[in-house]
Design a protein around this ligand. Structure first.
Ligand code: SF4
Ligand code: SF4
Length: 270
């Protein structure tokens, strides 16, 4: 439920910590999910999303001849995400799910990561290509706005947003870059790495895949018109920040191949 406006486990929240100066505490049903009665919400949507990511190992290719023994390290790495108790707190407070119920959401995406990061899932190299391809589509990993609410709400330290960022890295490393999310990240990095600031005019164009994407360009027209008529249109000539070389140097250090910015494994910009 929500306790003083934020999702939490009522069974382990000491009342003494929840009451305010007037000795009151506000409790409400969990957010996002349909309220059935009083504080009871319907978890059907939560489970539908978990089922949608097919939460079971899917090894591809030839069956191993003997037992597949995963390394201790790979399993230790997963222990954080397997701590999920399916409480729904992250879903309750997800700011994207609040406005877009089609988003897979933090719990399901963290669950998906539990499998994409498991060396027994996917191909012989442990790359879960089918999952990553499907999670790269609309309503998947790229729809998260990184608001961090799910990280704060989770009582088990699963940190769903961090898992979603790791999914993005995995997807880009596996070559799934032909989508708005990956293009947006790449264009964002390229702009800041080049000029020290965001080029708000070109960012949506690059995100859509260029001006040849006529449908996307037309869909931007109403926003562009409103920006123009309200004096909010970004300048056509994009200027560098002062001392831009310092920014470029930082980027070169972090992303040595900035001539063609890389987003991928261990990228801080994923
Ligand atoms: S970080 Fe992403 S998944 Fe987590 S609450 Fe925010 S939008 Fe939802
Ligand atoms: S990720 Fe955390 S908040 Fe979300 S369902 Fe699992 S335990 Fe609950």
């Amino acid at each position: 439920m929500r306790i003083n406006g934020h999702a939490g486990l009522a069974c382990k929240t000491p009342l003494a910590l929840a009451v305010d100066e007037n000795n009151t505490v506000r409790v409400e049903p969990a957010g996002v999910m349909r309220v059935m009665k009083d504080l009871v919400v319907d978890f059907e949507m939560f489970w539908d999303k978990i089922r949608a990511v097919e939460p079971y190992l899917q090894p591809q290719g030839a069956e191993p001849e003997g037992e597949y023994v995963a390394s201790n390290d790979s399993m230790l790495h997963l222990s954080g995400v397997t701590a999920c108790i399916m409480c729904g707190a992250c879903v309750s407070d997800c700011t994207v799910l609040e406005v877009d119920p089609t988003f897979l959401g933090p719990a399901a995406l963290a669950k998906a990561y539990r499998f994409t990061a498991d060396p027994r899932d996917g191909d012989r190299e442990g790359v879960s290509r089918d999952r990553l391809r499907s999670l790269s589509e609309a309503t998947g990993m790229w729809d998260c706005t990184r608001c961090n609410e799910c990280v704060q709400a989770c009582p088990k330290g699963v940190a769903p947003m961090d898992r979603i960022m790791a999914l993005r890295d995995q997807a880009v490393s596996a070559g799934f870059t032909n989508n708005n999310g990956a293009r947006h990240t790449s264009a964002f990095t390229e702009s800041v790495g080049h000029s020290g600031r965001l080029d708000e005019l070109r960012l949506p164009i690059k995100t859509a895949g260029g001006i040849t994407n006529v449908g996307a360009m037309l869909s931007y027209a109403p926003v562009g018109w409103r920006a123009l008529t309200h004096g909010k249109m970004p300048p056509i000539r994009h200027k560098n920040v002062e001392n831009v070389e310092i920014v470029r140097r930082l980027f070169r250090k972090l992303e040595p191949d900035l001539a063609g910015p890389q987003i991928g494994k261990n990228s801080p910009f994923g």
